[in-house]
Write a protein that binds this ligand. Structure first.
Ligand SMILES: Cc1cc2nc3c(=O)[nH]c(=O)nc-3n(C[C@H](O)[C@H](O)[C@H](O)COP(=O)(O)OP(=O)(O)OC[C@H]3O[C@@H](n4cnc5c(N)ncnc54)[C@H](O)[C@@H]3O)c2cc1C
Length: 435
């Protein structure tokens, strides 16, 4: 057992984007003295991420005082998810959430992350340092008691705290230095994604996030109306299909867009305004929630394929669960080990069901292409069935557990096919009648 360290902070948070800033604000509102450290300078785009957020996320941002007018400034409200599959098109209306919001945003991540940062550091007891890279952890025996890091070109600095939290993303330093164990790793069916922001893309539909699937469903395009008239355009697909394989990324990305003449036609007057960013073989896993003196949140704790667009929600919700557990620990209601276990359990209850069904959705969407398994017309009937679109919308906005979709979908599909067949038979009959 080491000696007690006199700490300067209650918590040091490594990483100051969604998970870090949202958690810093929550702990700051509890009155904790927080040091929030970020390697990048904000506003800037994160390494990767296309940008869909739903009301479920905005609701939690309300709780920490983040202002929608700021983080979603000049960003159109998206009312539909349009899904153009090979054999059908579906329009999923964004269902109304408890807080009255019936829209999503494809936020500008640079603006969004900076707004969350500003929201955290407006609190007098939250100190933020940007351009500060954490290079190592400080230990007292088995326990993490602080960090070492530096600003670019600066001398090494150390800070101590009761708890060090890794909100430092998929490849974070806290998980690496603590040797955090990985769990629930799904590495067989992976996707890769490349995206950039554009201007003057011909709109498909006002206020829609449109997804179109091509290439026998092995890859697809996501076209999202974002802030200031910008459009985020992503290509996602199975990793062997979306693979620059030595080609430079920008050339590859443009060539992929051109594989869909229908999509490419919308780029006649378009101008690309950011570089192409992306990730290969996107990982799907959980990590150990924490250990003596440390914990992980956001992507550092749980990372997954972006197909459902839930990473930002998960980053905020895991931060909320950790903050609540830490508060109970600080009050003496829970031991450190109990607090970590409570955090892990809540975080998993909130995220695991979606993660589990996501893994099968990746397979169905990109690997076991649905095309050919059901007649095209049946797929269309299912896709346009209002009960089906309602179910999907409620799942994506986290209003129903995804398991409910698994249970209810087959019945809805059968009824949609039955109704469609009846309509079709009726129409054929009417066409034959002489009056
Ligand atoms: C291609 C792609 C598309 C996605 N699309 C969506 C989507 O549409 N909707 C959605 O909700 N989610 C999406 N996600 C997921 C989402 O981007 C992440 O879940 C989210 O960014 C996680 O937030 P975070 O704060 O945990 O990590 P990050 O956003 O990765 O932030 C971690 C921060 O930590 C900092 N950091 C790292 N190491 C250090 C260090 N040593 N010292 C100091 N700072 C450090 C980094 O600079 C970074 O700013 C997507 C992800 C990918 C890969």
């Amino acid at each position: 057992m080491g000696t007690m360290t006199q700490t300067a902070y209650d918590a040091i948070i490594v990483g100051g984007r969604v998970a870090g800033s949202a958690l810093a604000a929550r702990l700051g509102l509890y009155g904790w003295r927080v040091l929030l450290l970020e390697r990048d300078t904000l506003p800037s785009l994160p390494a990767v991420s296309s940008p869909i957020i739903y009301a479920s996320t905005m609701h939690m941002l309300d709780e920490i005082g983040a202002d929608e007018a700021v983080y979603a400034r000049n960003t159109p409200k998206l009312r539909y998810l349009v899904n153009e599959a090979l054999t059908y098109t579906s329009y999923v209306p964004i269902p109304r959430y408890a807080n009255g919001r019936d829209y999503a945003y494809a936020i500008d991540r640079a603006r969004f992350d900076a707004a969350l940062w500003d929201n955290a550091v407006r609190l007098p007891n939250v100190t933020g340092k940007q351009g500060f890279s954490v290079t190592d952890l400080l230990w007292d025996g088995e326990r993490v008691v602080g960090i070492t890091g530096k600003t670019k070109g600066g001398a090494a600095e150390t800070f101590t705290a009761d708890v060090v939290i890794g909100a430092d993303g998929r490849f974070g330093v806290v998980a690496r230095k603590t040797g955090a164990q990985e769990r629930d790793v799904h590495a067989t069916y992976t996707t890769s994604i490349y995206y950039a922001y554009w201007r003057d893309v011909t709109p498909l539909d006002v206020g829609a996030c449109a997804a179109a699937y091509e290439g026998d469903g092995r890859f697809g395009y996501l076209v999202m109306d974002s802030a200031d008239g910008q459009v985020a355009v992503a290509i996602e697909g199975r990793s062997d299909e979306v693979d620059p394989a030595g080609e430079d990324t920008e050339t590859f990305y443009l060539a992929m867009l051109q594989r869909s003449p229908k999509l490419w036609a919308r780029f006649a007057d378009a101008e690309r305004i950011t570089s192409v960013r992306g990730m290969r073989d996107i990982g799907n896993l959980y990590r150990q929630a924490g250990g003596a003196g440390w914990a992980l949140v956001g992507d550092a704790y749980h990372q997954k394929d972006p197909l459902d667009g839930q990473g930002i929600f998960d980053a905020v919700v895991t931060g909320k669960a950790l903050a609540q557990a830490l508060r109970q620990w600080k009050r003496g209601d829970l031991t450190w080990e109990e607090a970590l276990a409570a955090y892990d359990e809540t975080a998993r209850v909130k995220t695991y069901p979606m993660f589990k069904t996501l893994q099968s959705r990746i397979r169905t969407n990109f690997y076991d292409s649905l095309a050919g398994q059901l007649p095209g017309q049946w797929q269309q009937w299912i896709a346009e069935d209002p009960r089906m679109t309602d179910l999907v919308g409620k799942m994506l906005t986290r209003q129903i557990p995804p398991d409910m979709v698994t249970v209810l979908a087959p019945g809805i599909m059968m009824r949609a096919i039955a109704r469609g067949s009846l309509r079709e038979a009726g129409k054929r009959l009417r066409d034959k009648l002489p009056f």
